[in-house]
Design a protein around this ligand. Structure first.
Ligand code: 26W
Length: 817
């Protein structure tokens, strides 16, 4: 690994380039440039440097002849690039000094960057961390995604309700870090019909699309940490092929002629804002096919440009499917092989099924994708034929293994029978892949046990686990410079590429001086967040209070409303029990709700109303504060996470596949309060029982309770504190003159049957919070726990996740440059 930029960084040349972009790209002058113009010009100048390396990496013979992974994902939640890339390029300090000569402050410039919010949450952010780790360890890779015109909506609160606004992340000037690759554009078809042609006496099926669009790739550089390796994150934008139909144009029907243009422009117009809930919309399937088809063609182009035969595809390329969203890539590759490259079914299948691997990210039934057979038939008629054939041959295999077992066939079939026949994308992925993985040990066990038990019997070696991870560059080194310096002082500066080395910190966990330094950094980070909250929300926070943080998408299974009930119980006790004492707490929430998810929006509304009241109630003000930070996004997480004392990971056991926010906060010295769910289980294994607060029902308990007929009223009637808290919610305390205005949440927890067992876990949750309160008072004891969290979570580096994929699934070799 070389740090060439670091060595050869030429300040004068760089500043000249910045000034050149200021005038030639952004049409302004040194005298007139705004901070924004300077940020754009600086980023363009930096991006230019990485484009050189991108092209060199792309043409490197050793990489062309090595095996690469193609990471197919409808989402890449990359976050701001400029600051992080400066760090990866090893020039953060020198650029800071360089721009200072122009009288500019680097952090002001970095604040000008808008987050590219090209993802919803966990799945998209994981894809971004994985790209960072692939580049850092120089495992050849290409990320394939979509160039949405609008990313995830921007969130604001109006009278405590969530309001959505479109997110034009590119801005009017365009995004400085991307470069168009028109020479790599592709044509993609939709609709139409299938005919049979006879070629050389052989019958061949041929798809004649009814509509064709263009896929224009934009490359975003993924910069390897202190190396010259730069891989492309290739995002496809959909455009009309010809601006309009010439024929109708010449007929004088100018506006009709523009219809194709409008349709094509729609496909990548906006990211679907649903997280863990699929809706089956035509445009979404069009996005998926557009993404898969463009990516597959690009992969084949790369493979063949070096002269590799198609039959050797699995030796050179592997294709990782990030959930089932790109599943249509499987029949697409089959179609190209059979219809366009004259392969036999057997030969095509042999290659295909050694090329794809699939990651499952959720067990929630409402998130498992199924598409109407009739929709696929209409949009992609040839693909539907191929799916039938895949299924037909697969079911034959099932019949051989279990003769006469109709039940097994029904469960395994890719086609779900019924009035509306549906295609189960997860089944298609398992059948068409050589490896299938879950994202944490518990989740992968449940994938084998509950989601795909029959597949596991049929293919005992196919299902595996790769526990998720996070990149330590962005999520410690970049976002928490104070802690990073403290760590490097103690153990040197190799930990960003070898996170297990943090374990050495454990030797100072009891050291007075180190404890104080560690907690002083935490306090500075809390002050930084408090300043943000004061400036942007005009709420005053006490940095001596416990900062108790829950930041993630809003979903019932994640149970923000359990956290809310805890707050209500504290408020109730502060007002009604004169002897009740507590360490001051600041509750921090940040979460977006899918725009169509009614109850999630009601929970946001309730928390905001509760916050409004509590924050202005002088009786409790010195003890309790509640802050719901609007518009949660990567750059906001970078400020919140280093400031967390307590990390809320409180999903119903068995529902959160992994979680990655849990890893980020533990790494930054927060203690987790969590259920035995997702990666919490493994975090506990690493940090030890004394350094985490585990509570609540486990998966088996949840199943048993549900099977025995769960009744939330049993808990409501038996626990006075729970009853008082819920009644407080349903009264008019928080909505004076309008009782029961927050009833949606209340009712879902009682009459609604409490599907996620909030009430069942309440008592145990309150008890765990009681322990936190007691143990936080022991300053040295808490510092020790916080230090041990940072020290002992090295396992959760995404570098380790990527090595697991490389060794057990992809079988790649690192190609150092
Ligand atoms: C089709 C609608 C839809 C959209 C997104 C269904 C499902 C999804 C994602 C798979 C949901 C998701 O982001 N899952 C999260 O993936 C993370 C990365 O593996 C895990 O850490 C989270 O636990 C999981 O909820």
């Amino acid at each position: 690994m070389k740090a060439v930029l670091q060595k050869s960084f030429d300040k004068t040349l760089f500043l000249d380039n910045v000034k050149r972009h200021l005038t030639s790209t952004y049409a302004t002058t040194v005298e007139n440039a705004t901070t924004r113009a300077w940020y754009l010009a600086m980023s363009r100048a930096l991006a230019e440097l990485t484009t050189f390396d991108l092209l060199e990496t792309e043409q490197d013979e050793r990489i062309l002849n090595a095996k690469s992974v193609n990471y197919l994902s409808l989402e890449f939640l990359i976050g701001r690039l400029t600051g992080n890339n400066l760090l990866n390029m090893g020039v953060y300090e020198s650029i800071g000094e360089a721009v200072a000569e122009l009288g500019l402050d680097l952090s002001d410039l970095l604040e000008e960057e808008r987050d590219p919010s090209l993802g919803n949450g966990g799945l998209g952010r994981l894809a971004a961390c994985f790209m960072d780790s692939l580049a850092a360890q120089e495992f050849p890779a290409v990320g394939y995604g979509l160039h949405y015109e609008y990313g995830l909506f921007k969130q604001s609160f109006e009278a405590c309700h969530q309001k959505e606004a479109p997110d034009a992340w590119c801005g009017i000037e365009g995004y400085p870090w991307e470069v168009a690759r028109p020479e790599l554009a592709q044509q993609i078809g939709f609709y139409g019909y299938v005919t049979t042609e006879t070629v050389d006496g052989q019958e061949k099926r041929k798809w004649v699309p009814g509509m064709t669009v263009m896929g224009m790739p934009w490359d975003i550089p993924v910069v390897g940490y202190k190396s010259e390796t730069v891989y492309p994150l290739r995002l496809w934008e959909c455009r009309a092929l010809a601006p309009f139909s010439l024929e109708s144009f010449n007929n004088g029907n100018y506006f009709e002629a523009q219809h194709t243009l409008i349709d094509a422009g729609n496909i990548t117009k906006v990211l679907y804002p649903n997280d863990n809930h699929e809706k089956g919309k035509t445009l979404r399937l069009m996005q998926q096919y557009f993404h898969s088809a463009a990516s597959i063609r690009d992969i084949l182009r790369r493979h063949e440009s070096v002269g590799h035969p198609l039959a050797e595809l699995p030796q050179y390329e592997t294709i990782q499917l990030n959930d089932t969203h790109p599943a249509i890539a499987i029949p697409e590759l089959m179609r190209i092989f059979i219809d366009e490259r004259n392969m036999s079914w057997e030969e095509a299948w042999e290659i295909c099924s050694r090329t794809f691997a699939y990651t499952n990210h959720t067990l929630l039934p409402e998130a498992l994708e199924t598409w109407d057979e009739s929709l696929i038939q209409r949009l992609l008629p040839r693909h539907m034929e191929i799916i039938y054939e895949i299924n037909h041959r697969f079911l034959q295999e099932v019949r051989e293994k279990w003769p006469g077992d109709g039940d097994k066939q029904q469960k395994l079939s890719i086609i779900q029978d019924g009035f509306h026949r549906m295609v189960r994308m997860a089944n298609l992925c398992v059948v068409g892949s050589y490896a299938v993985n879950g994202v944490a040990a518990l989740h992968s066990a449940l994938v084998k046990q509950d989601l795909f038990p029959e597949f596991h019997e049929l293919y005992p070696n196919r299902l595996m686990n790769v526990t998720n991870g996070i990149t330590p560059r962005r999520w410690l080194q970049y976002c928490n410079p104070g802690l990073s310096h403290l760590i490097s002082e103690k153990i040197g500066d190799n930990w960003p590429v070898a996170l297990d080395e943090l374990a050495q910190l454990a030797q100072w966990a009891d050291d007075d001086e180190f404890q104080q330094a560690f907690m002083a950094v935490k306090k500075e980070n809390k002050a930084r967040l408090a300043k943000w909250v004061k400036t942007n929300m005009d709420i005053e926070l006490n940095t001596d209070a416990i900062f108790d943080v829950q930041i993630k998408r809003l979903h019932e299974y994640k149970r923000q409303h359990l956290n809310m009930l805890h707050i209500l119980s504290l408020y109730y006790r502060l007002l009604n029990r004169p002897d009740f004492d507590m360490v001051p707490r600041v509750f921090i929430f940040a979460a977006k709700a899918a725009p169509g998810y009614y109850l999630a929006k009601e929970i946001i509304y309730a928390i905001n109303k509760i916050a409004e009241k509590i924050n202005s109630d002088d009786r409790v003000n010195d003890k309790l504060k509640v802050v719901f930070i609007p518009d949660y996004r990567v750059s906001m997480a970078e400020i919140i996470i280093p400031a967390a004392d307590v990390s809320e990971q409180i999903s119903t056991a068995g529902k959160e596949a992994s979680g990655t926010g849990n890893m980020k906060m533990a790494l930054n010295g927060a203690l987790t309060i969590g259920t035995m769910d997702g990666a919490n289980v493994e975090i506990r294994e690493e940090v030890g029982d004394e350094n985490i607060y585990i509570f609540g029902l486990e998966v088996e308990d949840v199943n048993r309770l549900k099977a025995s007929g769960y009744n939330p009223f049993d808990y409501y009637n038996a626990d006075p504190l729970l009853k008082a808290s819920l009644d407080l919610l349903n009264g008019e305390e928080f909505t004076p003159g309008e009782p029961r205005k927050l009833r949606a949440t209340y009712e879902s927890l009682l009459d609604g049957g409490d599907p996620y067992l909030v009430l069942a876990d309440f008592a145990s949750y309150i008890e765990a919070h009681g322990q936190i309160d007691a143990q936080y008072r022991d300053t040295a004891g808490w510092a020790k726990k916080a230090i041990l969290n940072t020290a002992l979570v090295g396992k959760f580096s995404s570098d380790r996740s990527i090595r697991d994929y490389v060794n057990h699934i992809w079988k790649l070799k690192s190609v150092p440059r």
